[in-house]
Design a protein around this ligand. Structure first.
Ligand code: SF4
Length: 189
């Protein structure tokens, strides 16, 4: 459970905090940012439009939000708070990553674009959505498991032998590659 994210979300549901001028890290992203959801409820969102996989100091892969401005824009915080205000708090306390990913996709795209494939969840459509993509011969994408803040990442080429993993494109520079629709594609972010 993303406890700090929930604490911030519940606090924001009471009132938005606005810019945290008293914080020694302020502004961590931009002047005037809304700091209500400092610990993002969607972490790790696994959407390359906001972040990317990096190697942490301990040598393990993690999701980096270093360049994500979205969660700090007041209008987005308001939309998130409105969305979750329809749920009893107990439901949110017991919700898992999949619940929050679906919620995030509905907020961003108006509907859930990801879908289950056996025990796995294909988040590639949400990653590729709205980008210009072209077909490629390269058959490659990532299968990711979230493990206590870290990510276990496998590079794979098809949908066989999937466990309880989340499927996302592989990123190189500003290009993401994977499976979208009925073909392998590469898209520029
Ligand atoms: S990249 Fe942004 S939206 Fe995604 S988990 Fe991090 S802070 Fe949240």
């Amino acid at each position: 459970m993303n406890e700090r994210g929930l604490v911030d979300l519940f606090a924001a549901m009471n009132s938005l905090s606005g810019p945290a001028y008293e914080c020694k890290y302020y502004p961590c992203h931009f002047e005037g940012q809304d700091c209500s959801l400092c610990f993002c409820i969607f972490y790790p969102c696994l959407l390359y439009r906001f972040g990317e996989i990096v190697i942490s100091h301990s040598g393990k892969p993690v999701w980096s939000c270093k360049d994500c401005f979205w969660i700090h824009k007041k209008e987005n915080v308001e939309e998130i708070v409105t969305y979750f205000s329809f749920y009893p708090r107990q439901v949110l306390v017991e919700a898992d990553w999949y619940f929050f990913s679906k919620a995030f996709q509905e907020i961003l795209f108006g509907k859930e674009l990801g879908y289950a494939i056996g025990k796995a969840y294909n988040l590639m459509p949400a990653n590729f959505y709205s980008y210009n993509c072209k077909e490629t011969d390269e058959r490659v994408f990532l299968a990711v498991k979230i493990e206590e803040g870290y990510l276990a990442v496998r590079k794979i080429s098809d949908f066989e032998d999937l466990g309880e993993e989340i499927l996302i494109p592989i990123k190189s520079g500003n290009i993401i590659k994977g499976f979208y629709g009925n073909r392998y594609v590469e898209c520029e972010l």
